[in-house]
Design a protein around this ligand. Structure first.
Ligand code: GLV
Ligand code: MG
Length: 352
């Protein structure tokens, strides 16, 4: 028995009347997923302005929303989605976890009211492909009932030890999969990590330099390490092997913009396409980090120009280029073109 449908059935709709699943995931620029609390009227009143400054706007119904405000947040999200023109900014929602009393109504009500506008449903605390299969079928039934024209995609948060162990099966579970985000806060708790933070490093997690035998008492350098490296790398590989988009999740210390930028940059260099922004100050950081550096773009364009058919070997500024660096250059230039289409200032910097 295989865990997923056969190749012949993989792309068949899961309910009569539901839209055909995507065979190729639509490409969009998603440098940040900006979280808003939909139960807070003074924020949802400004949603048009906020949406204009971000690539993805997400109404958060899960953690961070008090239990007695869950229904208000859901209604607030529906109102915000229906009453605003969000332009070409993507609209996402984070529903409550499948074992909570709110998840079923989140899915039923949100799809009924916003299904033709909603791009992605983010599912927290995904433990295995069975969670995706459940939501996949339920969404198909609701899409059929409400005449939804295009499939609502599913984005999994990787934030439990079991989820990490099953990350490849989760990525493979459905053509509805959009991508995954690392959820460092819940993952830390699930793993029994001894931290009280939302993402980032820890001063105690690092490597001490060797002792100098000639001066055993001399002070030794201590280099902090990134506790998320292993999980992020696993998640990026699982996502990319299934053509999904990997994201770093939240960074909770809003006052430490430098540390936020460092964490985002590690994720960008490792293959992630974006990160969550929980505070307005993080939006510019995400734009800066997840848009390629103009100097890197200029160099990548030189590689592409020097090897028009992508094969062979050339030297540029003393550095060897071949088919593999051509492919890396193409990743950078393709991303720059995507950014340029959305961001005229950066288009000018890239000369695109
Ligand atoms: C996000 O949901 C996290 O738990 O880090
Ligand atoms: Mg979480």
């Amino acid at each position: 028995m295989t865990a997923t449908r056969t190749p012949a059935r993989f792309f068949a709709p899961l309910a009569i009347g539901a839209p055909e699943p995507y065979r190729v995931r639509p490409v969009r620029l998603e440098r940040m997923i900006h979280f808003v609390p939909p139960h807070v009227g003074k924020i949802t009143a400004r949603i048009g302005d906020i949406a204009a400054s971000v690539d993805v706007i997400l109404g958060n119904l899960e953690d961070g929303i008090p239990g007695d405000q869950k229904a208000t947040a859901r209604a607030g999200f529906i109102h915000m989605a229906r009453e605003n023109n969000l332009g070409d900014t993507a609209l996402w929602v984070r529903i409550n976890a499948l074992d909570t009393p709110w998840a079923l109504d989140d899915v039923i009500e949100v799809v009924a009211a916003t299904g033709n506008r909603l791009d992605v449903m983010m599912l927290p605390k995904v433990e295995g492909p069975w969670d995706i299969h459940y939501l996949d079928r339920l969404l198909a039934q609701l899409e059929a009932r409400h005449g939804i024209q295009r499939p609502i995609m599913v984005h999994a948060i990787l934030e439990t030890a079991e989820g990490v162990a099953n990350v490849e099966a989760i990525a493979a579970a459905s053509p509805r999969m959009h991508g995954m985000s690392l959820g460092p806060a819940d993952l830390a708790a699930s793993r029994g990590m001894k931290t009280t933070r939302v993402g980032g490093g820890h001063p105690g997690y690092g490597v001490l330099a060797d002792r100098d035998p000639a001066q055993v008492q001399a002070p030794r350098a201590f280099h902090q390490q990134d506790p998320w490296h292993y999980t992020l790398a696993r998640m990026v590989d699982a996502c990319r092997m299934h053509a999904l988009a990997p994201f770093y999740g939240p960074f909770g210390d809003f006052g430490d913009e430098a540390a936020c930028e460092a964490q985002f940059r590690n994720a960008f260099l490792m293959g992630c396409v974006g990160a969550w922004t929980l505070h307005p100050s993080q939006i510019e950081i995400a734009k800066r980090v997840f848009s390629p550096d103009p100097a890197e773009v200029a160099f990548a364009r030189r590689i592409l120009e020097a090897m028009p058919d992508g094969s062979g070997a050339v030297m540029i500024d003393g550095r060897m280029q071949d088919d593999a660096t051509w492919k890396q250059a193409k990743v950078v230039v393709d991303l720059a073109r995507q950014v340029a289409r959305r961001d005229p200032e950066r288009a000018a910097l890239y000369g695109l």
